[in-house]
Design a protein around this ligand. Structure first.
Ligand code: DGJ
Length: 728
């Protein structure tokens, strides 16, 4: 609900459990007054104190009032160069070379339903689930208007923000920074949590107390990256899964981003989030509009778990769009870790037959099927089947696979080109690289210039020809290198600062076209695993390959970290062979299943080489997936313990919305002789209900399981448990 007091120019956004408020003061400065647990409201600008602070200057309109400074007031969208020296949201370069952005309130309008952003991902909502508020600010000297968009999803405690910047003058201006989110906190006594790592070790949570100055994470790799995720949290120092106020902030964007937090001189704090200013400079012609990507906020008054569950629910209901958003996904078998590049039609068919016999439903042909690609050094861009490996092409293969009762899926990497390809021979200027400069290779490949429509058109038609040649039910959209030498032959020199962002817009444009023309195809996002696991991609692809690391024990940490923002139903997770390709570790097949079953489930191995006993377990796992899918898809996720280096078990729980059934998953870490007895406290159950646990004849009261705990059996190293709880 949005409450506007037009006379006081006071705006209160109420969600089920939180309140967000801001107000335009008598000078037109938009002050942020409150964000936190739900309160009645009223004008909270009374919380703001004024004092004469040395070296904090005073805007012109307040004359000699030395107690009024933009440098000390909490701002809703900070300017720059006009007296607020903290993190800026907007940086302009004006025709005379000056760099000032100083915004004042103009007006506000409200509408029911959720705003949309052309060409950019955004949460969607109808009149019954969301409201929109648009507040216009202006820098009159610069003749630049800024529209702040707020989307309020009351049921999910979700507040979205986006920004449109309009050049109302008659000369071009340049945007050097255009944040999507600015959020001021009255106290800097907060912890900052970021999700960091690298390739094959993505999204590990890191928590630090705010120190004076700016702390930030971001990406300048052209993708949201394996190294840092565009999702961060701020919380009270004592906050944990079940207690304390915490804030989660996500950017719905798949390119360069920055999330920065500043602990300021008076022990207040500011968070900003948006496109990274590295090599960003957008030339805004008179009358033109620039739209900054959407940011999404959830505040939880009761710990991290509630914040995550609100994000999960909102993503499932208002971000995932296509027919696959809420449909059970087929159990897949993927050729990558089974064969890498070493296959032909018969070998693939053999894998499909063996896998179909055990109950898999979708056969995914990964890298290596096109051009003359026998390794990762060639053929990207040549999107036609290698007839030597696949006589009769994909049509013949997919037909035979369909005859086995399986769907057929395909890997593509449409943003890339190999120098050793016909596409590169014909269009060497279609890559991102300044003329005359030697290119930097990544995985032996170059990046296509997706800012150019003709490049996207070419790839679209090439892909569509492939799609039309076979019955393709699934696409894995991969992207395997970071961007370098970011320069487009199609843009003038004064627009090269737009290329990183235009690239991302180009990717979204092509994804949207592919989706529209193939509405029933399930698309899985991927960037060398989880290099582009962000809410922007989820708008186009309802699941994302979580990591190239398929080791069940490493995956515990990766999936745990990912779950802070993203629902398990979006996490691509497969059972692979042991010893694991990435770690050399051997874990029981049962445990590999337990971990993968809490994501989008599949196999990535030669199932025919398993023993009869293992094959029987695969059949059971597939049945278990079908049995638990609804719960994992629609239920609530509780992180019961964090993966621990000391070897303590990692545990999580899926609970149905009515709390009548739940699934407890536990994986033992490294074991040591003489382990302690462990009581595991569950969460999210109905305290008044009695639950029957798999293999236990005596029911357990919900309150006992939550307050006293469940006595975990002794587990051997890397052994796992999957126990159903059913209310009587
Ligand atoms: C990276 C992906 O993450 C892998 O799963 C696989 O598809 C390879 N690329 C293929 O090149």
């Amino acid at each position: 609900m949005i409450i506007q007091d037009k006379t006081e120019r006071l705006f209160t956004l109420q969600t089920r459990n939180t309140t967000y408020q801001f107000k335009a003061d008598r000078n037109g400065v938009l002050l942020h007054t409150y964000y936190g647990p739900r309160i009645q409201g009223g004008d909270l600008s009374r919380l703001i104190r004024f004092a004469d602070r040395g070296f904090s200057p005073n805007p012109n309109e307040v004359g000699d009032n030395r107690a009024y400074s933009l440098d000390t007031l909490p701002q809703e969208y900070s300017g720059s160069g006009a007296g607020d020296f903290r993190l800026s949201s907007l940086e302009l370069e004006l025709p005379d070379g000056s760099c000032v952005a100083d915004l004042r309130y103009v007006d506000a309008r409200q509408q029911s339903g959720k705003y949309t952003l052309e060409g950019l991902p955004a949460f969607f909502g109808s009149d019954s689930d969301a409201d929109t508020l648009v507040v216009t600010l202006e820098d009159t000297a610069a003749q630049v208007r800024v529209e702040l968009f707020y989307g309020v999803f009351e049921a999910y405690d979700l507040i979205t923000r986006a920004v449109r910047i309009v050049n109302c003058g008659d000369t071009p201006v340049r945007l050097r920074r255009a944040a999507s989110l600015c959020l001021d906190f009255p106290s800097a006594n907060l912890d900052f949590i970021t999700f960091d790592g690298g390739h094959v070790k993505e999204r590990k949570p890191n928590r630090t107390h705010l120190r004076p100055g700016v702390q930030s994470v971001g990406s300048v790799r052209g993708i949201s990256s394996h190294q840092h995720n565009p999702f961060v949290m701020l919380c009270q120092p004592g906050a944990d899964e079940e207690h304390g106020i915490c804030y989660g902030a996500a950017l719905l964007y798949s390119g360069n981003f920055e999330a920065a937090v500043e602990r300021c001189q008076f022990e207040d704090a500011r968070l900003t989030m948006g496109i990274h200013p590295f090599h960003f400079c957008w030339k805004l012609e008179p009358g033109q509009v620039f739209t900054a990507p959407e940011a999404a906020l959830v505040c939880s008054p009761a710990g991290f778990g509630q914040m995550s569950r609100q994000f999960h629910r909102a993503i499932r209901a208002h971000l995932l769009r296509d027919v696959w958003a809420n449909r059970r996904k087929p159990v897949l078998v993927n050729s990558w870790e089974a064969f890498y590049f070493d296959y032909d039609h018969n070998r693939l068919l053999q894998l499909a037959k063996e896998s179909a016999a055990l109950g898999t439903e979708l056969f995914v042909l990964d890298d290596g099927w096109f051009g003359h690609r026998d390794s990762d050094t060639s053929s990207l861009g040549d999107w036609w089947p290698n007839e030597e490996k696949l006589p009769g092409g994909l049509g013949a293969l997919s037909k035979e696979i369909n005859e086995l009762g399986m769907e057929f899926g395909l890997w593509i990497e449409p943003e890339m080109v190999s120098e050793n390809s016909r596409l590169y021979e014909e269009h060497p200027d279609w890559v991102l690289n300044p003329t005359g400069r030697p290119c930097t290779r990544g995985r032996c490949q170059l990046v296509l210039d997706y800012t150019r429509e003709e490049v996207r058109d070419y790839i679209f038609h090439a892909l569509q020809k492939v799609m039309d040649s076979a019955n393709i039910a699934y696409l894995k959209w991969d992207m395997n290198r970071a961007l370098t030498q970011v320069w487009s032959a199609a843009l003038p020199s004064d627009r090269q600062g737009e290329v990183y962002h235009r690239y991302v817009l180009g990717v979204y444009d092509l994804l949207e076209r592919v989706r529209q023309v193939n509405p029933n195809t399930l698309i899985e996002g991927c960037s060398g695993g989880g290099g582009r696991f962000d809410m922007g991609m989820l708008y186009y692809t309802p699941q994302i390959w979580c990591s190239d690391n398929t080791d069940a024990i490493d995956r515990l940490t990766i999936q745990y970290g990912t779950s802070f923002a993203y629902p398990p139903s979006t996490m691509g997770a497969h059972v692979s062979a042991v010893p694991n390709e990435q770690t050399g570790r051997s874990t029981p097949l049962e445990t590999r299943g337990t971990v993968a079953l809490s994501g989008t489930f599949g196999y990535e191995m030669v199932l025919g080489s398993l023993s009869d006993e293992e094959k029987a377990l695969v059949v059971q796992q597939i049945a278990a997936y079908k049995e638990s899918y609804d719960l994992i898809q629609t239920g609530d996720y509780y992180r019961l313990t964090a993966p621990s280096p000391d070897g303590a078990p990692t545990a999580w729980l899926h609970v149905s919305p009515d709390r009548r059934s739940a699934l407890l998953c536990v994986v033992a870490g490294q074991t040591h002789a003489g382990p302690p007895f462990r009581l595991l406290k569950l969460q999210g159950l109905d305290p008044a209900l009695q639950y029957r646990l798999t293999g236990d004849d005596t029911p357990w009261p919900g309150d006992v399981l939550m307050q006293a705990g469940y006595p975990l059996p002794m587990l051997n190293e890397y052994q796992s448990l999957r126990l159903w709880l059913k209310a009587e």
